[in-house]
Design a protein around this ligand. Sequence first.
Ligand SMILES: Nc1ncnc2c1ncn2[C@@H]1O[C@H](COP(=O)(O)OP(=O)(O)O)[C@@H](O)[C@H]1O
Ligand SMILES: [Mg+2]
Length: 424
Amino acid sequence: MTDRALPQMMTAQSAAESLRRLTQFSQAIGEITSIPATAERVLSEFSEMAQCRQGALYLAEHERADFCRLAAQGLSSTEPAPLTISADHPLVRFVATHRQIADQSTGTSIAADAPLDRQSPPLDGMWGDIIIPLVNRGRLVAFVLFQSQPATRQLGSEPIELLTAMAQSAANVLDSQLICEDLRQSQTLMRRTDRLRSLETIAGGFAHEVRNPLTSIKTFIQLAPERKDDAEFMLDFSRVVLDDVYRIERLIQEILDYARHMEPKLTEEDVNEIVSSCLYFIDVQARSQEIKIEKELASELPRVMLDRQQIKQVLLNLFLNAMDAIGKQSGTLRVRTSKMMKPEGDIWVQIEVQDTGCGIPAANLERVFDPFFTTKHDGGENEGTGLGLAIAHQIVQEHRGNIHVQSAVGVGTTFRINLPSHAY
Ligand SMILES: Nc1ncnc2c1ncn2[C@@H]1O[C@H](COP(=O)(O)OP(=O)(O)O)[C@@H](O)[C@H]1O
Ligand SMILES: [Mg+2]
């Protein structure tokens, strides 16, 4: 920090150069539409400016009280930057309040030399020490963490001023992108809800689903009198017909579950315990399919007011779908619970169900919650009804929560259920 104490005069030329660089940078990131790509660009530009090769950018998690690593560069595998950093970390809190670039190793804010809280523990014992906050509308949207090098220590006030201006511009862009993302999600939810309300869809879907098995039953009944002595015909066809009857029965049961007015009976429950008991149910089947189950349950999860049976039904549906998606190749089913903090201070609980199965093609992603949408057409008893996720969505909505899906073909699928800890 030696030359920072010295008064620095910006030459006209360097000021023009800084302005040009800032403008170019702002224009470039303003044109990027995806959040991860923006993060990459911001990190690489900052790393060049600050002359730090090792760094990572962390973005505020949607409605969660921590920051997630979104971009990284130059990290060594022995000392990786953590994937998440809590918003409660003293250094994070410090930059959120002071909104200035800070240096943990000297315990000062680089720009104003304001002392950090001397009691601050190092960032989980990791390497990062320079932290650049990205603040917009008074909120810490993201921050960049660097491992400083001797050159950084010599950074004069010009690069720091430029970095601060760039950080403002980057915060602005990232914040707008986050808002767009939020808006997209709400629109999607609204569209889905509208569709689910439509009785026509359900009635039409049901009629369609039942027509095929009914036709086969009808054909059998028509043919049976004249073919009754053909044992092979009678045996084969009666099997088919029985499957069809099962299918109709299953459809009726599921549609009743779906249509029944589902006012949940709320009791205060431990979500971790419900997750564990559902996993217990599927344990045998998972083993036989060589599916590894990974359970990451948050230790301090608040209890949630919920309908135990209904939430179990939702989770089982998700677990069975995940196992269907993994199919015959072995794979992993990962279930995670965590606590989330809404901006208004409400506490929510998130259940994440992730599989390494076949994934869902983009074209189907928005349809998976539609009643009767299924890709499981293998016939017989395993044929899908396409009601599992529609019911799951309905139940979660009745709990004033929401459910989202993210998927990549060939990689896997993640469902996230968010539930308010006090639903009413
Ligand atoms: N974890 C998953 N991985 C891949 N595809 C899935 C997953 N979960 C649901 N799907 C897709 O969504 C469709 C609808 O699911 P669901 O409503 O449970 O009905 P069903 O399981 O009877 O087909 C499935 O047929 C499948 O195509
Ligand atoms: Mg299903």
